[in-house]
Write a protein that binds this ligand. Sequence first.
Ligand SMILES: [Zn+2]
Length: 337
Amino acid sequence: MDVKIFDSVPDGFLDLPPNELHKILPGPSLIRCRGKESRPLFLATLLHGNETTGLRAIQKLLKKRLAENRDLDRDVEIFVGNVEAAKTNVRRFPDQPDYNRIWNGGNLPEHRLAAQVLAYLKKSGIFASIDIHNTSGKNPHYSCVNRLEARFINLARLFSQTLVYFTRPKGVLSIAMAEICPSVTIESGQPGDPYGDQHVFEFLEKCLGLKSIPDQVEAREDLYVYHTMVRIHVPENARIGFDENFEGRDFSFIPNLDSRNFAELPEDSLLGWRFNPELKLSVMDEDDRDVESDYIEYQDREIRLKRPAVPSMFSTNEQIVHQDCLGYLMERYALPG
Ligand SMILES: [Zn+2]
């Protein structure tokens, strides 16, 4: 599996919907769009095949510049990830690794592909890196950074004043890109929302117009920074649902679990019910230790929080919960200084 490299925008790229990109892109592809300045802005999209906002915003940006006959301020290098999964609008296929977990080495063809892409980008003198995602549950728009350096924070807050700082899992693209240039991941709400397309488009316009990224953080009181403490997984074959119905289920979670994302939940908050006492949730900290007993308490059937926390990425999509995780627990983080 080799990355396909395009030196210019292939015909059809500006108009094809995500599920038809495979007609022009044979697989994961790098596409260079020429601008006035040669140091490229790097944009990644469709690492998850069902997360379509990034592609739509990029198409809108390029089409607008073309229509106005205005050059891009600088080169843009686009990585289109899981073209195959996008074809059927899924995050990934069961036999594929998660394309946002392959950037830290490994033995699969996808790991070699990722290494190839990174080697190429290292040579390109990338100016800044933006990986565009959607969330499967309801979340506010937010930016993620893996380093609390001023240029990373300043790039991130052009999209949202809500920032999530995390350093695990190690295999995400933005951590690998942080070795090369200021790097962020943006989470632009659920796919298919026109507001998300517009907001990401406006953010990309701002990034494209940057001559440099300031290395001082101003007005830090306006920032909401959260730090990911743990991620919660359900056991592999657990039967789960999202209402109080327990028939044939191992776990149920509260309806609209995702509406709690970014809310400050007090200790003892109800997350759901466990109907199979043989099973337990796994709660992994950033060092991959299971710290379930620090965070979760089973009171009869009820699953409750043992300490205050701020959830993020809680999803009510069963397939995503199994493929990725139920969600994360965070805490508010004070920026040093
Ligand atoms: Zn994603």
